[in-house]
Design a protein around this ligand. Structure first.
Ligand SMILES: [Zn+2]
Ligand SMILES: [Zn+2]
Length: 174
């Protein structure tokens, strides 16, 4: 097991602890029903993902993380500079960041492309026939579209596109 896997496992264990605490006795009436349901779902997923990693499973790819927000209401935000991330792909439905750009890790190009769509209405698109068409690139099965710029109307030109891991849907859907 590599260093990255160990870091993610540790982080996942930590979020399981936090979620268990948030859902613990006496906490039920401190959060809204929607928040409670969201935490429950996050906890279920975190446990499933930790099991997967403990059995030697692969880390989530960015495309898998996009797939977790299918049909959700996403946008791009400018991150607080003190936290080191400049550009954040944010899910308004989940009220959670999906991806954050840390310049030395993800590179300038990706951040620059996201930065052109700050505050815009971003949605994921899953392609059922990637071997025939692909999202933007042949063989890719998920894309991020900007509905503010309407890039989705002129054909399959996503801001970003990639392939969801073969194992992802089964794990995500339990
Ligand atoms: Zn979401
Ligand atoms: Zn846009």
């Amino acid at each position: 097991m590599g260093h990255a896997e160990r870091v993610v496992m540790e982080w996942t264990r930590r979020s399981i602890e936090l979620l268990e605490r948030a859902l613990g006795p006496g906490r039920r009436d401190r959060v809204t029903e929607a928040e409670f349901a969201r935490y429950e779902h996050q906890l279920l997923w975190a446990r499933r993902y930790l099991d997967h990693l403990e059995m030697g499973g692969e880390l989530l790819r960015p495309a898998d993380e996009w797939a977790q927000h299918h049909e959700h209401d996403l946008t791009i935000e400018q991150g607080p500079p003190e936290e080191g991330a400049e550009i954040i792909l944010f899910c308004r439905t989940c009220d959670d960041p999906v991806w954050a750009n840390v310049p030395e890790e993800s590179g300038e190009d990706m951040a620059a492309k996201y930065a052109e769509h700050l505050g815009h209405d971003i949605r994921t698109r899953r392609d059922e026939g990637p071997e025939e068409r692909g999202v933007a690139v042949y063989g890719f099965d998920i894309g991020l579209d900007c509905h503010t710029c309407k890039n989705y109307e002129d054909g399959p030109i996503a801001l970003f596109s990639d392939r969801v891991s073969d194992w992802f849907d089964e794990l995500w859907n339990g």
